[in-house]
Design a binder for this molecule. Structure first.
Ligand SMILES: [Zn+2]
Length: 439
């Protein structure tokens, strides 16, 4: 396979005689050396995104089996498989860490229920295995391994697959974000309003959904997939494209790992279905739909947490809160997340500029500052949801603490930039999505 690669972030190269195959090198990990791509050996770093995956109109010249392989595998595992097929050795992980690191990670886990848990530090201490380590710990805490009679080898295999399928080259939508959401979810599950009423199945679903809710995220949003005619956009009919993919990928990995193969088929089916319902709730374009329902329940005081359906609804809300809780963290952690998410937006904007596509809202580094994006996000998305969560938890200590951080962080961003006027790009995007029914 002829292959010309580039060194700089964001550059594009062509391969194959018809130049149909366009590759975009998202990070600066690749090196040009003759005809061979030398990839970074850093754990989990797969810097190549093949734009053939983002455009189903450019598949001429490929063999049927190769096409089939790409359909079956996730973005991430396709890149991984490609590397193996082309004779490149798989990455080497540092399995052995200094005992001191293990001790420090263990010490952090003893405080995993605290809101100022530093997931970035935890990820470093676990050598990039924060998601697997955290999930195994929480499954033990809740006795889920014993309750569901889970096979530890299969559990590790499944969690390893999930973690690997997150794209470590994404500044935001990577396995550390998944671990962060899982840790936040754990904090919410411990709320006194919920803790005593949750069943093992509730806890299993909540943690699994949090861990897998963004798996194989390509680092671009749904409108980008639609306008580049990605096959996932047509598969899911331009609706909740990414969330549907995260869910179906999770189901695929559950089946592939055999984690639940010992359970009766009806039970497995129910778990798969509920995971879908939880993951699909994270679609931000459905924010107002969930918020209105939540508000109505709180106004009417008709939530009965002994009712399975009501508990499921609260788990959907809890996952939504966990997914967007970055501005409720202490400033130092919150700021890092803000910069990461904006970096991911800007990379999409750079891609759009390169391909002469219209630059998406919030993705233009020249006009959309981090502070403006954050103030809009806090005002239109985060505050309205957390105000209702505050009512639901009866102003718990944790919620009070989150709201305190939220206020301080917003003020901090305001110091960096004046308050945006109504009609900011973010508000328009959310309202537009609601109007059109498609995000
Ligand atoms: Zn997420």
């Amino acid at each position: 396979m002829s292959c010309l690669m580039v060194e700089r972030c964001g550059q594009i190269s062509f391969e194959g005689p018809d130049q149909n195959a366009i590759r975009v090198h998202m990070l600066g990990d690749g090196r040009l050396r003759g005809q061979t791509v030398i990839l970074s050996e850093r754990r989990g770093s797969y810097p190549l995104i093949d734009l053939r995956l983002l455009n189903n109109t450019t598949q001429q010249g490929e063999t049927g089996s190769r096409r089939k392989l790409k359909r079956l595998l996730s973005f991430q595992r396709y890149c991984h498989a490609s590397r193996l097929l082309t004779g490149l050795s798989p990455h080497t992980s540092l399995h052995l860490l200094d005992d001191d690191y293990h001790a420090q990670a263990g010490h952090m886990l003893s405080k995993v229920g605290t809101w100022n848990f530093d997931i970035f530090l935890f990820d470093r201490l676990t050598n990039g295995n924060s998601l697997v380590t955290l999930m195994c710990h929480l499954f033990n805490v809740y006795g889920l391994i014993q309750h569901f009679q889970l096979d530890m080898v299969k559990l590790h295999r499944f969690l390893g697959m999930v973690q690997e399928d997150y794209h470590s080259q994404n500044p935001y939508h990577n396995a550390v974000h998944a671990a962060d959401v899982t840790q936040a979810m754990y904090c919410y599950l411990r709320e006194s309003k919920l803790a005593e009423l949750l069943t093992p199945l509730d806890m299993f679903l909540a943690l699994m959904a949090a861990a897998a809710h963004d798996v194989d995220h390509p680092g671009v949003n749904q409108p980008f997939l639609i306008k580049t005619k990605h096959h996932l956009a047509s598969l899911y009919q331009n609706t909740s494209v990414l969330e549907s993919h995260h869910w179906r990928s999770t189901v695929g990995m559950l089946r592939e790992s055999g984690l639940l193969s010992h359970l009766p088929p009806e039970e497995t089916q129910d778990i798969e279905h509920q995971l879908g319902s939880l993951i699909l709730a994270t679609d931000i374009s459905r924010q107002n739909e969930f918020l209105s329902r939540f508000r109505a329940h709180l106004d009417q005081q008709d939530l009965n947490l002994e009712d399975t359906q009501h508990r499921h609804f609260i788990l959907q809300i809890a996952l939504k809160c966990a997914d967007i809780c970055n501005p409720c963290r202490v400033w130092e952690l919150s700021r890092q997340w803000s910069e990461r998410v904006c970096e991911e937006f800007y990379r999409q904007g750079d891609l759009e500029r390169k391909f002469d596509l219209e630059i998406s809202p919030l993705c233009n580094q020249q006009s959309d500052s981090v502070s403006a994006i954050q103030i809009g996000f806090i005002s239109y998305i985060v505050e309205p949801l957390f105000e209702e969560w505050m009512r639901f938890t009866d102003g718990s200590e944790l919620t009070e603490s989150m709201m305190g951080h939220l206020r301080k962080n917003k003020a901090r961003w305001r110091q960096l930039r004046q308050e945006p006027q109504p009609g900011s790009p973010l508000q328009e995007e959310v309202e537009g999505a609601e109007d059109s029914g498609t995000p």
